[in-house]
Design a protein around this ligand. Structure first.
Ligand SMILES: Cc1ncc(COP(=O)(O)O)c(C=O)c1O
Length: 358
């Protein structure tokens, strides 16, 4: 029987989860602070963890909001800030679930095409003239799905417009710490802290099952989100945040990031090399970090043809159209998540993709 190979979601490699450390940290936190983390309360998150993140980002605890995953925080933001009649800009393509939440808000979603160094600013500017958005959603580092990193020049221009026209930049940064090559570019948050909400989570750096996401933003916005959170679920899962706090307090996150970078970096390189060998000339951007590489299918190939063929040879793919507000734009787009897959298996998966292309 053919082994099924899965190139669908961007999951971390479970072999890298620090299970023993997390068991110990969870136990230590429950013993020390069980009466707090098992009780209702603390809508913006577990107080010691909020203080830890405030120190890490050099902001006040009032600038930090924590929820059950960054996706949930984004859901709250879209509910608080968007409604029919309001505009929001998004990179095209972008994270499929973020697109879904934006669309679910009923706002007018304007997709801005991605270039090799971030959004096409001529389209951005034209759209600004048609109507100022309430927010712009950007995954500036190692974007999901393409792997593109927005250049510093483009970040500065978008931040200048945000200040000039008074819109929010939602900087979604779950991959920022996973840089395998090159050097960091200043975040939107560091460029325009008064106009930026930076969201991140421990899903890609530690374990997604913790559902531990957080946001750094101006205090007035945090307070709006706290009210929305209280009305929605009273407060997030504090036992998970207690476990995470203990893990961070003991200084275990940085070594864990170094450990996973050593696993994922070579997987990125191997994926690029396999694509160059088996489907040359198709890589859209050569990422320096993150979880994803994407390709443009050679001319004549479409998702309509590829998906049933992939099924037939034991290959699971994500439909490229799901990353686009206008699905037809993604009919020749294929995302390849590389973190969970060893180089040998990735080469086999890419050979299978090559074998079903026209
Ligand atoms: C850009 C981006 N944002 C958010 C998420 C979801 O993260 P979380 O597990 O914190 O909800 C993902 C997961 O793939 C992602 O790629």
């Amino acid at each position: 029987m053919v082994e099924i190979l899965n190139l669908t979601r961007g999951n971390p490699d479970p072999a890298a989860f620090p299970i023993e450390d997390l068991i110990r940290c969870g136990e230590e936190n429950l013993k020390r602070d069980g009466k707090t983390v098992l009780q209702y309360g603390q809508a913006p998150g577990y107080v010691p963890l909020r203080e830890w993140f405030a120190q890490y980002y050099a902001v006040k605890p009032g600038n930090i909001f924590m929820g059950n995953s960054s996706l949930e925080i984004f859901h709250f933001i879209t509910q608080v800030e968007l409604r029919p009649g309001i505009r929001a800009f998004v990179e095209s393509p972008s994270y499929d679930r973020a697109n879904t939440l934006l669309q679910r808000s009923g706002a007018e979603i304007v997709d801005i095409p991605m270039e090799a160094d971030g959004m096409d600013l001529s389209v951005f500017e034209k759209e600004l003239k048609k109507g100022i958005p309430a927010l712009v959603y950007s995954i500036a580092d190692f974007q999901n799905p393409v792997g593109i990193t927005t250049s510093e020049a483009k970040r500065r221009q978008i931040a200048t417009w945000a200040q000039q026209y008074g819109f929010w930049i939602i900087e979604d940064a779950p991959y920022r710490r996973l840089r395998y090559h090159g050097i960091d570019i200043p975040t939107f948050l560091s460029i325009a802290p008064d106009r930026v909400m930076q969201m991140s989570s421990l899903s890609k750096l530690l374990a997604p099952g913790l559902r531990m996401g957080y946001l750094v933003a101006p205090e007035a916005m945090i307070n709006k989100l706290i009210k929305y959170a209280v009305d929605t679920y009273i407060g997030p899962v504090l036992t998970s945040q207690g476990m995470v706090y203990e893990y961070l307090r003991q200084g275990l996150l940085e070594p864990n990031i170094e450990k996973i970078k050593k696993i994922y970096g070579p997987r990125l390189d191997a994926t690029l090399a396999s694509l160059d060998k088996h489907i040359p000339g198709t890589i859209i951007a050569r990422p320096e970090g993150g979880y994803f590489v994407s390709i443009k299918l050679p001319k004549g190939n479409t998702m309509d043809k590829l998906l049933p063929r992939a099924d037939g040879i034991g290959l699971k793919l994500t439909d490229g159209r799901s990353f686009f507000i206008n699905p037809a734009d993604g009919n020749n787009f294929l995302r390849i998540p590389f973190c969970q897959i060893s180089p040998d298996v990735m080469e086999e998966a890419i050979k299978r993709v090559a074998s079903i292309l026209d």
